[in-house]
Write a protein that binds this ligand. Sequence first.
Ligand SMILES: Cc1cc2nc3c(=O)[nH]c(=O)nc-3n(C[C@H](O)[C@H](O)[C@H](O)COP(=O)(O)OP(=O)(O)OC[C@H]3O[C@@H](n4cnc5c(N)ncnc54)[C@H](O)[C@@H]3O)c2cc1C
Length: 235
Amino acid sequence: MPIQPTAHYAMGGIPTDIEGRVVIDEKNTPMPGLYAAGEVACVSVHGANRLGTNSLVDILVFGRRGGRHAASFIKENDWVPLPARPEEPARALVSQVLNSTGKERAADIRDVLQDEMMDKASVFRDAAGLTALRDKLGELRERYRRVKAEDRGLQYNTELLEVIELGCLLELAEVLVESALARQESRGGHYREDFPKRDDVNWLKHTLAYQAPKKIELKFKPVVITKFQPMERKY
Ligand SMILES: Cc1cc2nc3c(=O)[nH]c(=O)nc-3n(C[C@H](O)[C@H](O)[C@H](O)COP(=O)(O)OP(=O)(O)OC[C@H]3O[C@@H](n4cnc5c(N)ncnc54)[C@H](O)[C@@H]3O)c2cc1C
């Protein structure tokens, strides 16, 4: 029976406020009408280590709060006018994959991505591994431009789905690696072997990642401390 480790939980995610509204900057400006809740969201209750608590907070508490807020938002707001042909980017993406003349298979690229991320960007990381991984991701993105789906059908085409998901995985891997390289300390599920100490003076802050034309841009957001003062976690 083949056994493979799997990701238990993805820490971080789409930043939201406590109403589940997606926020788009360091000042917590909400994006009107866009909500996220659950593991995909980052409402920032868990700090850098969700394993110390549980997913029920994300799902039940903030799912409910987000749902309630979305329901009242809908009552008070009308649809925004859509741009002409709003489906065009999605159509272009699908047709690019289905008409690709490249020779790369998504499964081959995904295998390398999985191995490399597991080896160099799981909990234990260091600058040398992450820098090598950054280069490897560039190579994989290049290969991904030549990816093709052998199944060219339009009904229940799971290969097409996998190709599109692989593009998302590559983007997220880049966000993860750039954020991990920048954070020169250890905290929660991020252990930098070259910076083993937690550093609240410089790093008690959230990382925000933005897709700039050529690279990932990082900004930082302060952590709001209320009742519970930060202290070293001891088991
Ligand atoms: C092995 C394992 C063990 C775990 N153990 C624990 C534990 O002991 N305690 C704990 O608190 N947490 C645990 N977790 C984490 C917890 O299970 C998850 O964080 C939680 O289930 C996430 O819930 P969710 O509703 O946010 O997302 P999910 O449960 O991932 O739900 C997302 C849903 O969206 C669907 N979907 C995806 N894409 C689309 C699309 N394009 N269109 C429509 N639907 C779509 C998916 O099919 C899925 O049903 C564990 C996770 C794993 C993997």
